[in-house]
Design a protein around this ligand. Structure first.
Ligand SMILES: [Fe+2]
Length: 251
């Protein structure tokens, strides 16, 4: 009698244990399916984000090509300036280099030149005062052109303010010191470095060290001193590589 009771109880416990195990296996399978669904969702989201980024870059490329087609003699100016600018940004505030808009702003800085007539843009002699005033409008024009593109809002800081000066004597808004967006202050130094070290129809190119000396003289006048200090920290070979590398490709 006792033995039968014990056997029954044991059987009941065995069945209970089997039921627990079955449920545990079910739950584990459910969790695995859930994890697989999550992985799929993440993968799809990553793909969508990449597609959005690709279309940003394609849009920016179209705009840059439109500018460079108008202003051919500067060659790969936008690419070199962007490379100098990113080196400077890494020295001034490394978090800036995580934002693709900073590079887009460097690349697109002169997008407004698409709205400046050829007779002014390619005039061989010096510009008259009124022509110069029209030329200066490329900053505001560029800013208006890309203002509708929300993902270029930060890039627009460079487009609008890349000809501002630290001492307030720049254009279009006459901003002073830190009123000028930092990416635009960085760009101003990169742009001047490229201008001095590139041959133009009206003057030969200077060496990188000569350009550094010239820029240092304008620290606190045309340029933000912290950006000039960051420039002096960049190894000379890096600057030479940017200058020579892209110049060789353009040749
Ligand atoms: Fe410009």
């Amino acid at each position: 009698m006792v033995e039968e009771l014990l056997t029954n109880e044991l059987e009941r416990l065995r069945q209970e244990l089997a039921e627990h195990e079955r449920r545990a296996v079910d739950r584990e399978r459910q969790l695995e399916r859930f994890a697989a669904d999550l992985r799929d969702t993440f993968r799809r989201e990553r793909e969508q984000a990449q597609a959005v980024r690709d279309s940003w870059v394609a849009t920016v490329r179209v705009l840059i090509n439109a500018v460079e087609a108008r202003d051919a003699y500067t060659g790969r100016h936008a690419e070199r300036v962007a490379a100098y600018g990113l080196e400077l940004a890494a020295g001034v505030d490394p978090t800036m280099t995580d934002d693709p808009q900073i590079e887009f702003g460097f690349l697109l800085h002169d997008v407004g030149k698409v709205g400046i007539s050829d007779s002014i843009l390619h005039k061989p002699g010096p510009l008259t005062r009124s022509e110069w005033n029209l030329m200066r409008r490329h900053t505001v024009l560029g800013s208006e052109i890309i203002s509708e593109i929300h993902f270029l809002a930060r890039a627009n800081e460079v487009v609008r303010s890349h000809h501002e000066r630290w001492d307030g004597r720049g254009y279009p808004d006459g901003l002073v010191g830190e009123e000028i967006p930092l990416p635009a202050r960085i760009f101003a130094v990169a742009d001047t470095l490229d201008a001095i070290t590139t041959e133009r129809p009206y003057r030969p190119s200077s060496s990188v060290p000569a350009a550094l000396d010239e820029i240092a003289l304008e620290s606190g006048a045309q340029f933000d001193p912290q950006v000039v200090a960051a420039l002096e920290e960049i190894p000379l070979e890096t600057l030479e590589l940017i200058r020579g590398g892209t110049a060789a490709e353009a040749a």
